[in-house]
Design a binder for this molecule. Structure first.
Ligand SMILES: [Zn+2]
Length: 296
């Protein structure tokens, strides 16, 4: 991990912009307890909001703790398809308690037919349970989908959805599916990983996303930008594969602005409006009780 100040640049006041990360995992153990340094870098970069996604019952408490500590953090609780096999018999009760206690989003949830060795069985039922929880409470929902876009579209078309909409995190589906998904309320999350050579098809699909449905994400600690675009390189303490720093978000905005041919400030204003429309729940204000009352 780099020193806390080695690569930080203070933005001149005339360039002050607010950036919003539609999807990350600040609670991830690979950050090894460095969250206060990561957040200090994010604050200097002008990151005004981030949706921090829990992935399983085991990491929901840490997401709640980060939300209590940082006003920028908008908590999200969900069962990611990679971890559905770990769910306990009472996972839905626990999730309901988080949603009833905090003004939280639902996610990361989803469907995955890409990950080698991952069973698909059980994924749809867990996804649909969480889709219903989000729809009943009109909470934003963050969806992971790999290699099963047609089926996801079918399920979304035939089940209740949150009226405020939902995020297709790191949208990797075809351009042809953008209009029908947008009609159902989809927002599309653009990650820095799509700046890599060879991701032209992914970038092309984003050219057909309506501007009022664009969102930008780091997915930190995953989905790193190409090395030359990273302002905040991030190594793991145990020497394993390098990870993505959430303060790389403005660099992802720059990639997106170039793709769209828009000035950065104009894109930042559009994304702010979109982010607040979808994820604009009151932050860090317990709805009925303090986070400490959530039984884990
Ligand atoms: Zn994620």
């Amino acid at each position: 991990m780099q020193s806390p100040t080695s690569s930080l640049r203070v933005r001149p006041p005339d360039q002050a912009m607010r950036f919003y990360d539609a999807h990350n995992h600040l609670q991830d153990p690979r950050f090894a307890g460095t969250q206060s340094r990561l957040m200090a870098a994010c604050q200097i970069e002008g990151i005004a909001g981030m949706v921090v996604n829990g992935s399983c019952e085991a990491d929901w408490p840490e997401v709640a703790r980060l939300a209590a500590r940082y006003t920028e953090v908008r908590p999200s609780f969900g069962y990611h398809p990679w971890y559905v096999h770990e769910r306990t018999a009472h996972w839905q009760d626990t999730l309901r308690r988080y949603l009833d206690t905090l003004p939280a989003a639902v996610g990361e949830v989803g469907l995955d037919r890409w990950k080698p060795g991952l069973a698909y069985e059980g994924q749809e039922a867990v996804f649909l349970d969480q889709l219903l929880l989000a729809a009943e409470r009109n909470r934003p929902l963050s969806i992971h989908c790999l290699r099963t876009w047609g089926r996801l579209l079918e399920l979304l078309e035939t089940h209740p959805r949150p009226a405020r909409g939902f995020l297709l995190h790191s949208y990797g589906g075809p351009a042809e599916l953008v209009p029908p998904l947008a009609a159902l309320g989809a927002y599309f999350g653009f990650p820095g990983y799509f700046a890599h050579p060879g991701k032209e098809r992914r970038r092309d699909a984003f050219r057909s996303v309506p501007l009022d449905r664009w969102l930008i994400e780091t997915d930190a600690p995953d989905q790193r930008l190409p090395d030359h675009l990273q302002r905040h390189p991030c190594a793991t303490s145990d020497g394993s594969a390098p990870i993505n720093h959430p303060a790389n978000l403005p660099a992802v905005y720059t990639v997106a602005a170039n793709l769209l041919g828009l000035p950065l400030a104009q894109l930042a204003a559009i994304i702010e409006e979109n982010f607040l429309r979808l994820f604009g729940l009151p932050t860090n204000q317990p709805t009925t009780a303090s986070p400490a009352t959530v039984k884990e």
